[in-house]
Design a protein. Structure first.
Ligand SMILES: [Ca+2]
Length: 292
């Protein structure tokens, strides 16, 4: 049913933003290599940090990026990719999870394993293109990836104000959805990346009113890449009424530096003076248990 949810994703995002938090956001998106690159560059500028990567995918201490290309062959196709790689091996403040069976990062040509998930199905090497050659990323078993943010290298939950992702081979609108969740699981709405068959597309969002995204869920319609799994954007579908299927892969992830979640969008930070006043009021009304 994700394809249906996805069709309404942008609308639900707008509603959520209006009803829940009156969030102000900037969204950048583009389909095809040129437009996706422009959108990626605009998104980078929105966050800041320049274009030169430091250690662990850090750009100026304000932005992180994952392009998968530093992952060693031992953790790339046909081997499993460790879900905590980017908080342990190369700490960038994200841990992946999925209700599926795990994750894979695609092979390099030099490894001898077919590139761009040709090891999963031979059609994928020509169906997928890489934005930042040559590795791509995918969940296995189910087309669901959860990305949870932490202070890099720790198990302290964190949040980001910006998140963007580059996709390859999105075939129909709403097939792929990025859901955004706040620190208490609040629904911050959804993003739908634009269509770009056998090409790349990008979408990224920046909250400018203080919201912190604690978790992101990326889903695509139908199955994850796997043997015999192909695109079925139009009827007839091979499984009757199951709906359309879109096999995609994920490339660059870009997000603002994961930061400590000190307050939500509806709980303004209190100054020491405000806290003292509040404590005084509580005491005056006999609300302190200590009085007893
Ligand atoms: Ca596809």
């Amino acid at each position: 049913m994700w394809h249906r949810a996805g069709t309404l994703g942008l609308l639900s995002f707008l509603l959520a933003a209006t009803e829940v938090s009156a969030a102000l956001v900037t969204i950048r998106q583009g389909a095809g290599l040129a437009a996706a690159t422009t959108a990626r560059d605009q998104f980078r500028t929105d966050i800041g940090g320049g274009t030169v990567a430091g250690a662990n995918g850090s750009f100026g201490g304000v932005r992180r990026e994952i392009n998968w290309d530093g992952v060693p062959d031992a953790f790339a196709a046909p081997n499993a990719f460790p879900a905590n790689f980017f908080n342990v091996n190369s700490p960038r403040g994200v841990i992946f999870s999925t209700p599926g069976t795990g994750f894979q990062v695609s092979a390099t040509a030099a490894s001898g394993t077919p590139v761009r998930f040709g090891n999963l199905d031979p059609s994928y090497s020509s169906q997928f293109v890489a934005f930042s050659p040559e590795r791509l990323f995918t969940p296995l078993g189910q087309a669901v990836t959860d990305i949870t943010f932490f202070l890099p290298g720790t198990n302290t939950p964190a949040g980001v104000s910006s998140f963007g992702a580059m996709f390859t081979d999105v075939d129909f609108s709403g097939s792929t959805v990025i859901q955004l969740f706040g620190p208490s699981g609040e629904d911050f709405g959804s993003l739908i990346p634009p269509i770009a068959p056998q090409d790349v597309s990008f979408i990224g969002i920046t909250f400018t009113t203080g919201e912190k995204i604690a978790r992101v869920r990326i889903t695509s319609a139908g199955a994850a890449p796997g043997p015999g799994q192909h695109d079925f954007p139009q009827p007839p579908f091979p499984c009757g009424n199951c709906g359309p299927q879109d096999i995609i892969a994920i490339d660059d992830l870009i997000y603002s530096e994961p930061a400590l979640i000190t307050n939500g969008p509806f709980l303004p930070a209190m100054s020491p003076l405000m806290m003292a006043i509040l404590a005084g009021l509580l005491a005056a009304f006999g609300l302190f248990a200590l009085r007893r």
